[in-house]
Design a protein around this ligand. Structure first.
Ligand SMILES: CC(C)(COP(=O)(O)OP(=O)(O)OC[C@H]1O[C@@H](n2cnc3c(N)ncnc32)[C@H](O)[C@@H]1OP(=O)(O)O)[C@@H](O)C(=O)NCCC(=O)NCCS
Length: 177
């Protein structure tokens, strides 16, 4: 059975310190490490760089300020990376290609914050529809996307290979902006 993180009581406090910044090619190694903490099949930094070279590509990095031991306030200059979003696409459509939050920081609104920031950024670029693909058995992500207004528009059977069983379908979700 998959253990699901309960909604964190510190959610609002944590989300308050959340900082979202645009990524550059200098972040590829960091994004690959974060990706590896979030997915079984980790992308390496070359793959992240390839994604960032796609048309319309951008990435967002989520961080929280570190609170040094014994300090009364967090240090805004020292940030802990906790999540990311990678997006690409052409004309008035974009695809959310990857989104992840490291396990210790889940259920605090980080992914929701990333998605809102993606909406804001792509709206400003004149995008009218955002797509993504999610594994049919990824209940956590499907709940998140439903809460963010995405709706199912397609299904690709056998899309994601699984080491411990049969391949799983991808559900294509879309959100009008
Ligand atoms: C899916 C994932 C990105 C969610 O990140 P997160 O920061 O924990 O999500 P949020 O805290 O912003 O959750 C926002 C809402 O989504 C839903 N949700 C997210 N995770 C959930 C879970 N484990 N169980 C139930 N609902 C969940 C809830 O409605 C939640 O709101 P609530 O906490 O007020 O109930 C994270 O679990 C993750 O990185 N998973 C592994 C990688 C992955 O599957 N990425 C998506 C691939 S398409």
């Amino acid at each position: 059975m998959v253990e699901r993180p309960a909604r964190s009581d510190s959610r609002s406090a944590a989300a308050e310190g959340l900082r979202l910044t645009g990524v550059t090619f200098a972040h590829c190694g960091l994004l690959a490490r974060l990706h590896g903490l979030c997915f079984e099949e980790a992308w390496n930094s070359a793959t992240v760089a390839q994604v960032l070279r796609l048309t319309g590509a951008f990435g967002l990095l989520a961080t929280f300020p570190e609170r040094p031991l014994g300090a009364s306030a967090p240090n805004p200059d020292a940030q802990t990376p906790v999540g990311f979003a990678l997006v690409a696409g052409t004309l008035d459509e974009r695809e959310l290609l990857s989104l992840g939050v490291v396990p210790a920081y889940r259920r605090r609104g980080v992914a929701g914050g990333l998605i809102e920031a993606v909406f804001e950024r792509v709206r400003a670029e004149g995008v009218i529809r955002l797509y993504l693909e999610v594994a049919e058995d990824n209940d956590d992500a499907r709940r998140l996307y439903k809460a963010c207004g995405f709706e199912a528009v397609g299904r690709r059977p056998g899309y994601y290979a699984r080491s411990n069983g049969p391949a799983v379908a991808a559900i294509t979700l879309a959100r009008s902006l």
